[in-house]
Design a protein around this ligand. Sequence first.
Ligand code: SIN
Length: 312
Amino acid sequence: MQNKGDLIVILGTGGTIAGTAADPGDNVGYKAAQLSVEQLIASLPGLAGRRLETEQVAQIDSKDMDFATWQQLAEKLAQHLARPEVSGIVITHGTDTLEETAYFLQRLLNPVKPVVITAAMRPATSLQSDGPQNLLDAVAVAAQAHVAGVLVAFAGAIHSAEQVRKVHSYRLDAFASAEGSRLGVVEEGIVRWLARRPSAPAALGLARISRPAAQWPRVQIVMNHVGADGAVVEALLAQGVDGLVVAGTGNGSVASPLEAALRQAHEQGVAVLRSTRCDAGPVSAAADALPSAGSLSPVKARIELLLTLLAD
Ligand code: SIN
């Protein structure tokens, strides 16, 4: 569906951007997900003159994001994207799992209109509140008629869903694109593109996630580290697991006892992907090694595996 209108829909899901604290100087002792998305935009005079619509899809701290909320968000997003009058969509989210939601929505819908996720590192009541500017920037990006795909607008930078990662636990500039591959910047409401996004794989489609969230495959992440053994994998196998992502060291290397346990899991029918705990760079595929997750981070490799297993 091509853009025919100028309506931007803002979907709220919670996060620090909607958080409040009793003390404006308190940047850590706040409660996330307190203000509605309607309240967030009401405080932004810079949005006057834009045709906007809001919908509260969830109101959570994103550490608690779950499959049922993802399902609901993806369905809402698809409904709004299909409306000819909608030119772009903004999603407000918590920073903690934002990159996972961004990747999930990108792989599922590969939207032909801009879907821009934004968030904040400081609550709305903070002296340093960054949410209002991030939201203004996200709307500016969502209004770009020629743009497609799921993007993240944060601290003046634009990242793709594939490359974005939260890289700092406190700083306002908390996100980066792997290997410096940010797509653009927003300066005083003007969007300046710096790089072309590589073409994305086709959308997997909403039908992929039609089964009830409680029945989605169980995919867990295990990490390689000094002294890693097979105990965690064995415990997961005993509990029942459908897929495993190993966050390997370096080029996806895995300590011998952990690798043996993963190979055993693989032989028992558990899907395994080998990723790296490095901040960037691919894991090379090798004939005799466990399957590579390419350059996906462990959390994004988990989503890829989840979506693959949902096809079965
Ligand atoms: C959250 O992820 O919901 C809380 C933290 C944040 O948004 O920065």
